[in-house]
Design a binder for this molecule. Structure first.
Ligand SMILES: *Cc1c(COP(=O)(O)O)cnc(C)c1O
Length: 496
């Protein structure tokens, strides 16, 4: 799109500007103090200093060291462009050199800061996909850092002094944990499902129950993944009821795989039926088919004592006779983003040889974090994994922390704070409607709406993400680390 002619003219005028009087005479600190109305827009634009000129001011020269020339030039251009636009739109705010410098510094700071930044998760959603799912355990972070900082035996066999396999590091632990013959790790569970189907069912038929044709957030849809893998989807049964006989009736000479999918993020309730795993195992054996299960979450320990139902244990699926199970590394497992394939060697070796494995494989950082996380399970210390620790917090423990924080916020003028019962959710496409009892900190303010409070916390540095419920700002400390509570208190201090 070409800008309007007069605009071009004005900005050209600005580029060849002679220094404004306010620059030459440091005593004058506003650009257009008087006679503003009589000055033509173009003459205002002419007063804007050139980029080089500004950069030579002593204060900005100091910034040069902090941000580098390139970034500072860009920031200066942007600030001057904003000023031009303001003037062109007939809105010539008075601007001092000092102000311009401040704006340039702020602009440079924004440009130099990381866009990916830590946030405080006060939503109570433990596996919040938008907030990065599982936070890693200290052991995982340490192992990741030491592996990342230098060289490692990623693909080097130290015993034999020859090339090794990157799968070896995690396979050693995961096979034990899962009771699997062999495991593989790829980029995420979507990749695991895709790669398995592509390897084992390309140009063949895969039978899936209509009650399991799921979509997970951000466009993971079973029918589409199937299609892309080259497998032909055969839907059987109905949305609410599918029997083993429905699978059996659909089996033909092109059938290769029975795929069972954990309906992670929804439930069908009421008049429902789903064949048991044993029935499917029997059917697959009888017809020499492969039984594959997409478990979604990858639950490695029984979470029923903490009120989480319906999360199948990967180990139990394999024990029941599933040939290949797939699940995520960063859901209930509490590790890094990854997709884990576990099951019979025969099939996993074939998957490993698929040329696409190379395209979907994980890097050393993921391997390090996953190895350390798996090691915590093996050593019987799953409580060192933040996801599992958060999940186990009782409403009473959370209430004690919420009360402590409430005591810091409530004396501040305008605030009204209560601690009340509520629910946390697991999130991350696991256990829908599976809420954990929690204690919520509910905050209102005489002037600011809950939405405004939410907005202010979100703009705090570090950002604090809370929920709005029925005109109250609601914080669930289940997902807040204890050493972050002080920061939340500080954020409220800033709100007046
Ligand atoms: C979450 C989920 C996926 C996708 O896993 P990612 O690791 O996010 O790729 C696939 N299938 C099921 C059943 C899931 O719950």
């Amino acid at each position: 799109m070409t800008p309007p002619a007069d605009y071009v003219e004005m900005s050209q005028a600005a580029e060849v500007s002679t220094p404004g009087p306010w620059l030459r005479d440091s005593g004058v600190d506003t650009v257009m103090e008087e006679d503003q109305s009589r000055l033509e827009v173009s003459s205002l634009l002419r007063q804007i200093p050139a980029v080089d000129e500004l950069l030579n001011c002593p204060d900005l020269r100091a910034l040069n060291e902090r941000f580098g020339h390139r970034l500072l030039v860009e920031a200066t251009r942007k600030v001057l462009q904003n000023l031009r636009e303001k003037i062109a739109s007939g809105n010539p705010a008075a601007v001092s050199l000092e102000e311009l410098e401040k704006e340039i510094q702020a602009e440079a700071e924004t440009a130099a800061s990381f866009f990916l930044q830590p946030v405080i998760n006060a939503t109570g959603v433990i596996l919040h996909t938008n907030l990065g799912r599982a936070p890693l355990a200290r052991e995982a972070l340490d192992h990741l850092a030491e592996t990342a900082a230098g060289y490692s035996n990623l693909e080097y066999d130290l015993e034999r002094g020859e090339r090794g396999k990157r799968d070896a590091h995690t396979d050693r632990l995961l096979t034990q944990l899962l009771g699997a013959e062999r495991t593989l790790v790829v980029n995420n569970n979507a990749a695991a499902v895709f790669l398995a189907l592509n390897t084992l069912a390309e140009d063949a038929e895969v039978i899936v129950s209509r009650g399991e044709l799921i979509e997970i957030g951000d466009s993971f849809r079973i029918p589409e993944v199937c299609a892309k893998s080259g497998a032909v989807l055969r839907e059987v049964g109905t949305t609410n009821r599918t029997r083993a006989s429905d699978y059996a009736a659909a089996i033909n000479e092109r059938t290769r795989v029975l795929l069972r999918v954990h309906p992670s993020n929804f439930r069908i309730v009421g008049f429902t039926e789903r064949p048991s795993l044993d029935e499917l195992v029997e059917l697959a054996r009888k017809h020499r088919l492969l039984l594959m299960e997409d478990l979604g979450s990858g639950c490695l320990v029984d979470l029923v004592p903490w009120g989480v139902q319906d999360e199948p244990l990967a180990r139990m699926s394999l024990k029941a006779g599933v040939d290949i199970a797939t699940f995520s590394g960063d859901k209930l497992l509490g590790g890094p983003q990854a997709g884990i394939l576990a099951g019979k060697s025969e099939f996993l070796e074939r998957i490993r040889k698929n040329p696409l494995f190379r395209a979907l494989r994980v890097d050393k950082l993921t391997i390090a974090a996953l190895e350390a996380t798996a090691s915590l399970y093996l050593r019987g210390q799953p409580d060192s994994i933040p996801t599992l620790r958060m999940l186990q917090l009782s409403p009473k423990e959370i209430a004690a922390r919420a009360t402590r924080l409430a005591e810091k916020i409530s004396p501040r003028p305008g605030f009204s704070v209560t601690v009340r019962e509520g629910e946390s959710v697991l999130g991350g496409g696991s256990t829908p409607g599976q809420a954990l009892a929690t204690s919520l900190l509910a905050v209102t303010h005489v002037q600011h709406s809950a939405q405004m409070l939410e907005d202010m916390l979100r703009r705090h540095k570090p950002a604090i993400i809370a929920r709005v419920e029925k005109d109250e700002l609601v914080l669930d400390l289940r997902t807040v680390f204890e050493d972050q509570e002080e920061e939340i208190a500080r954020a409220f201090e800033r709100i007046t």
